[in-house]
Ligand binder design. Structure first.
Ligand code: AMP
Ligand code: ZN
Length: 459
């Protein structure tokens, strides 16, 4: 049974869908104004792992991951109705239309997630195409006394009407200070911590509403889309740690106030990815894209493996060295799997595999899972056919395309797979003489062996 650290309840909890329903998971999707960097992708990998681990336990999973193509302002920490929209700002900078920009980066995002074997969500609504849901929700919040419209056409959420505000992040209302950009308290608000659900504007990407022309706030978008596509009982809601506040606090207040009960059972957050020691972000200037990884001659799935080497809840520092090491491991595993596939099939080592699966269940302890997998790889007491079964089975969660080289290995000359296997064992036993002899025998068969710090590879 999968257990995950729940940010709001501050403890590890069992992830069980209510009744016999499918597990419903909402993942805050990308703002499509630039390519996702591998830090962003780390957040989406989290949701993919939750899906894969749950599905292996025969739990059906339904994921909604939205596309934010309007309403996310450049300063997203500020509840500032006159702020600049990220998509519009980028459209201006590139001299292209807003729609063109957002579709372009949405396609790029989908290509990146596909390259990382992140399964596509069942629902992928675009904010700009679900404005009616937001208008409906805002009207309902006004009717219930949780929101109020002001003469300039803005609608604000009345934070004080939601007393449990702050449970996710610990930022309780009485401790919140007025925003840093607005001098004093915005006179349109009843309380400085109120935030805009609707913002008046007649620029591009605006819509008519009972309160006037404008566009939605970023937070209401996720509330409206999650309730519509997943219903009022959502099992897991994921996102990067920076979304805890204000985005998820505001989402929770809006959704719960609309539904009249706690909508999300578990809030799960992924920690940040650092690169060369600093948070990866466009503003820091240390962004690595999947394209950069491919341009460096590395497999994009080396990124997936490198990310799996750390638990989602810990900050992790990525470097080019760790990416290259992950790439080497990936290639070695694929060639091992291909070599093992040539051996007679053997039973899956059930106890070893369940220990690895238990590591995934334990709040996604992926580093432990990989450590156990490496032990299994090197364990010469296990028949190659058994190791083959274990690797292929676990690849349902790892999703590293470990069987990729199998076709290639059929071209291995007869007997070479066994020699490779013997040589791996000889090297483990530090029997260099045997290892060298086997290398020569392999060379005579036309198989070139190379030794890396992680083990042998062949071509
Ligand atoms: P955005 O497209 O800017 O809305 O961000 C998409 C997702 O990436 C959000 O869930 C962020 O929390 C997450 N994110 C942003 N920077 C990082 C980082 N350096 N490491 C991990 N996740 C990040
Ligand atoms: Zn969201």
């Amino acid at each position: 049974m999968l257990r995950l650290y729940d940010t709001r309840n501050r403890q590890v909890e069992r992830i069980v869908p209510e009744g016999s329903r499918s597990l419903r998971m909402y993942t805050c999707g990308p703002t499509v104004y630039r390519s996702a960097h591998v830090g962003n992708l780390r957040s989406y990998l989290l949701s993919d792992l939750i899906r894969r681990v749950s599905e292996r336990q025969r739990v059906r999973v339904v994921v909604c991951r939205n596309i934010t193509d309007v309403g996310h302002l450049v300063d997203d920490a500020e509840i500032d109705p006159v702020g600049e929209d990220k998509v519009l700002a980028q459209a201006k900078a590139e001299g292209r239309g807003a729609l063109e920009i957002s579709r372009f980066y949405e396609d790029a995002f989908l290509a990146d997630t596909a390259a990382l074997n992140i399964r596509p969500p069942e629902h992928s609504p675009r904010a700009s195409e679900t404005i009616d849901l937001m208008i409906e929700m805002i009207a309902k919040l006004i009717e219930k006394g949780h929101a109020y419209a002001v003469p300039d056409g803005s609608v604000f959420f009345d934070a004080a009407s939601f007393p449990t505000y702050g449970e996710i992040s610990g930022n309780r209302l009485d401790q919140l200070r007025p925003g840093h950009r607005v001098e004093g308290v915005d006179p349109r608000k009843r309380f400085h911590a109120d935030w805009a659900l609707w913002k008046p504007s007649d620029r591009e990407l605006t819509w008519e509403t009972p309160w006037g022309r404008g566009f939605p706030g970023w937070h209401i978008e996720c509330s409206a889309m999650s309730l519509r596509f997943l219903g009022e009982r959502i099992d897991v809601h994921t996102g990067g740690i920076d979304l805890r506040f204000p985005h998820h606090e505001d989402e929770r207040a809006q959704s719960d106030a609309t539904a009249g009960h706690e909508v999300v059972r578990h809030w799960v957050h992924g920690e940040h990815l650092l690169f060369d020691g600093r948070k990866m972000s466009k503003s820091t200037g240390n962004v690595v894209l999947l394209k950069d990884v491919a341009d460096a001659g590395l497999d994009p799935l080396a990124v997936r493996l490198a990310l799996l080497e750390h638990r989602h809840r810990q900050q992790m520092n990525l470097t080019w060295d760790t990416l290259r090491a992950a790439d080497r491991t990936l290639r070695r595993w694929r060639s091992q799997v291909a070599a093992w596939s040539e051996s007679p099939s053997g039973p899956m080592p059930a106890d070893r595999v369940s220990r690895i699966e238990a590591a995934f269940d334990d709040d996604l302890d992926t580093p432990l899972a990989l450590r156990l997998l490496r032990e299994l790889e090197r364990d010469g007491s296990l028949a190659p056919g058994s190791r083959f079964e274990a690797f292929l089975h676990l690849d349902q969660i790892l999703a590293l395309d470990l069987s990729l080289d199998i076709g290639r290995s059929r071209s291995l000359p007869g007997g070479a797979a066994e020699l490779l296997e013997q040589r791996a064992r000889a090297r483990d036993a530090q029997d260099w003489a045997v290892s060298d002899r086997l290398r020569d025998e392999l060379a005579a068969l036309g198989v070139k062996v190379a030794d890396t710090p992680e083990g042998q590879t062949w071509s």
